[in-house]
Design a protein around this ligand. Structure first.
Ligand SMILES: NC(=O)C1=CN([C@@H]2O[C@H](COP(=O)(O)OP(=O)(O)OC[C@H]3O[C@@H](n4cnc5c(N)ncnc54)[C@H](OP(=O)(O)O)[C@@H]3O)[C@@H](O)[C@H]2O)C=CC1
Ligand SMILES: C[C@H]1O[C@H](OP(=O)(O)OP(=O)(O)OC[C@H]2O[C@@H](n3cnc4c(=O)[nH]c(N)nc43)[C@H](O)[C@@H]2O)[C@@H](O)[C@@H](O)C1=O
Length: 321
């Protein structure tokens, strides 16, 4: 029964974050959830998005649909990353407003911040320096997404909220050998090396870059928490021109340390070597999560335990055991 439950559209429900958000909503007993695969609803197509919102009464939207990928994918397909993400967010935000959807949660990314921002990075550091070249187009789209939400809130009185996730991982990740993020890429590479008995595993870059990693079910919990905050609490802790909230663990690690931890998790005992011909990207992007902490939410999953869950999920999904 869906009596008195808000009708919730989870855009991108088959992805890493979208699928975790559906799990988190179900765990709360919220079952009045609307989903559409990309084949059913192409979000870059304004006419399809308009028809969807005109035919479906929606109360809340989690916008977890986007063109997403790691450093190589961002660096290789910049036009797709800026076009797809700009179109998806513009269509969903505009048609949500046109059809009276009052609440929306937009997922941005930690890569919106300047390449050499002071660490840890506070929300107000947005746009006070040049961006990381390897993912600038994607970052520009995400910054526009924040400004879309803020502008509709200021002009039309909507309650569109923005969260900026750090690097994410966990069940439902993308394991593409080239286009994925570092954790799924290395889980797959270490696993395959273990199976064939390879003597070494190559890690991209110097291994000195630092990253913060948040388990996706923590990200989903944070997304639901922020969406369900009463407006006074959310808007009291953000200002109309910096209305986004960082979401992370507050701690980071070098890629070299991460590689060793993934090798140990997978049970690989060969050599780890680094390929400095591959880009490191941003040297470091540790988020300051004090605003969200003060609002009552903190991450729970430790990286070592989260990696064990992620590896198990990889084995289950790929039926590799
Ligand atoms: N993963 C990470 O480390 C991080 C992710 N984020 C953000 O979190 C959000 C979710 O990312 P994540 O779950 O990792 O991404 P995924 O690639 O795992 O999932 C994205 C989902 O969006 C759908 N989608 C993409 N483009 C379209 C489109 N044009 N029309 C309809 N559906 C579309 C995909 O459908 P299909 O599978 O059919 O293509 C997929 O289900 C994104 O906004 C991303 O920018 C932010 C920081 C870090
Ligand atoms: C998540 C967030 O941030 C993303 O940028 P990123 O953090 O640089 O993404 P990444 O996970 O691909 O790389 C992290 C680090 O890891 C190193 N690295 C080593 N070996 C592999 C490897 O085999 N694959 C990958 N992908 N990286 C590797 C890699 O060289 C880099 O130093 C954006 O694309 C964007 O998606 C965004 O929103």
């Amino acid at each position: 029964m869906h009596t008195a439950q808000p009708r919730i559209f989870v855009a991108g429900h088959r992805g890493l974050v979208g699928s975790a958000i559906v799990r988190a909503l179900h765990a709360q007993g919220l079952t009045n959830i609307v989903t559409r695969s990309r084949a059913e609803l192409e979000l870059t197509d304004q006419a399809q998005v308009r028809a969807f919102f005109q035919s479906e009464h929606i109360d809340q939207i989690y916008l977890a649909a986007a063109r997403v990928g790691g450093i190589h994918a961002n660096n290789t397909y910049p036009a797709e990353f800026i076009y797809d993400n700009t179109m998806v967010q513009a269509n969903v935000v505009h048609e949500a407003w046109r059809n009276g959807v009052h609440k929306l949660l937009f997922l941005g990314s930690s890569c919106i911040y300047p390449r050499l921002a002071e660490q840890p990075i506070r929300e107000e550091y947005l746009m006070n320096g040049i961006l990381e070249p390897t993912n600038e187009p994607y970052a520009m789209a995400k910054i526009a997404g924040i400004k879309l939400c803020e502008s509709y809130n200021r002009q039309y009185g909507t309650d569109y909220r923005c969260v900026m996730p750090t690097n994410l991982y966990g069940p439902g990740d993308n394991y593409h050998p080239q286009n994925s993020h570092v954790i799924p890429a290395l889980i797959r590479r270490f696993h395959e090396a273990k199976i064939v008995g390879a003597g070494e595993v190559v890690i991209w870059g110097s291994g000195k870059a630092m990253r913060e990693f948040l388990y996706v079910d923590d990200m989903a919990a944070a997304s639901v928490y922020v969406m369900q905050l009463d407006p006074a609490s959310y808007h009291a802790n953000t200002d109309p021109m910096h209305s986004h909230l960082n979401v992370g663990t507050g701690s980071d690690t070098t890629i070299g340390e991460l590689a060793s931890l993934i090798g140990k998790t997978v049970g690989y005992d060969g050599q780890i070597v680094f390929d400095p011909s591959k880009p490191d990207g941003t040297p470091r992007k540790l988020l300051d999560v004090s605003k969200l902490t003060s609002l009552g939410w903190s991450a729970r999953m430790p990286l070592d335990v989260g990696l064990q869950h992620a590896y198990r999920s990889f084995l289950d999904t790929n039926k590799l055991y």
